[in-house]
Design a binder for this molecule. Structure first.
Ligand SMILES: [Zn+2]
Length: 103
């Protein structure tokens, strides 16, 4: 994690599973962008922080699987995540999770 500040407009980037999971479990009001490290559009998905998809390791994923090859970015709104992604990559695109979007 690059920052520990929790101010309202803060965008947090996680690179450690334990810190990441502790954060999403205590900040259910926010949103999580998940992607690979180069923000490839087809791998970029935004979830609500409450979504199981971003909290439960699936298949044969190993501990650390959330953040070793992927990034997890937290913000209080989808708009904040979008502007973060566009700063990193000008052609950034994302889709919303089919499980949690719109709930
Ligand atoms: Zn989701």
């Amino acid at each position: 994690m690059t920052k520990t500040c929790t101010e309202r407009d803060e965008t947090l980037v996680f690179d450690d599973d334990d810190i990441y999971l502790a954060w999403v479990n205590t900040h259910p009001e926010g949103y999580i962008l998940t992607s690979n490290k180069s923000l490839t559009p087809r791998h970029t998905v935004i979830h609500r922080a409450t979504c199981d998809k971003i909290k439960v390791l699936s298949g044969n994923a190993q501990p650390g699987g959330f953040t070793r090859q992927y990034i997890k970015v937290y913000a209080r709104s989808v708009a904040d995540l979008r502007s973060w992604a566009l700063k990193k990559r000008s052609d950034a695109e994302y889709r919303e999770c089919i499980l949690c979007a719109g709930k």
